[in-house]
Design a protein. Structure first.
Length: 123
């Protein structure tokens, strides 16, 4: 049986994974002009890093290590929000789809941030 804490870990991991899949699908549809291509590459790196660092946190060897990986996941989420906003504001036809991605990422980042505060005993 899965306890509440484990259920939350699975839920956030699933949300991050699904968000990354949606991100990749949208990025594949964007124009490949030089400027957009660079932004796409940056966003692909930072966006997938959200998930990679979250997975690494689950396998952390210590509490300190766990906190560090969650912190990196949050930093990658914040960077990704920046790149998504740039993409949204330069790709009018995809604005609605990108806004949905951005909204979900904001929620993910809020969850990661709240987790960090709890882990650090500040909440």
């Amino acid at each position: 049986m899965v306890d509440g804490k484990e259920k939350l870990k699975i839920e956030i991991k699933t949300r991050i994974y699904n968000w990354i899949l949606k991100l990749i699908r949208i990025l594949k549809t964007l124009p490949t002009d030089p400027c957009t291509k660079i932004i796409i590459e940056q966003l692909l790196r930072s966006g997938t890093s959200v998930g990679a660092n979250y997975i690494e946190a689950q396998a952390a060897s210590s509490r300190r290590d766990f906190i560090n990986f969650i912190h990196h996941s949050l930093k990658s989420a914040n960077e990704s929000k920046f790149w998504l906003a740039i993409l949204r504001d330069t790709n009018e036809p995809k604005k609605v789809e990108i806004n949905k991605l951005l909204d979900e990422l904001k929620e993910i980042a809020n969850i990661l941030g709240a987790s960090l505060l709890t882990l650090k005993g500040k909440r």
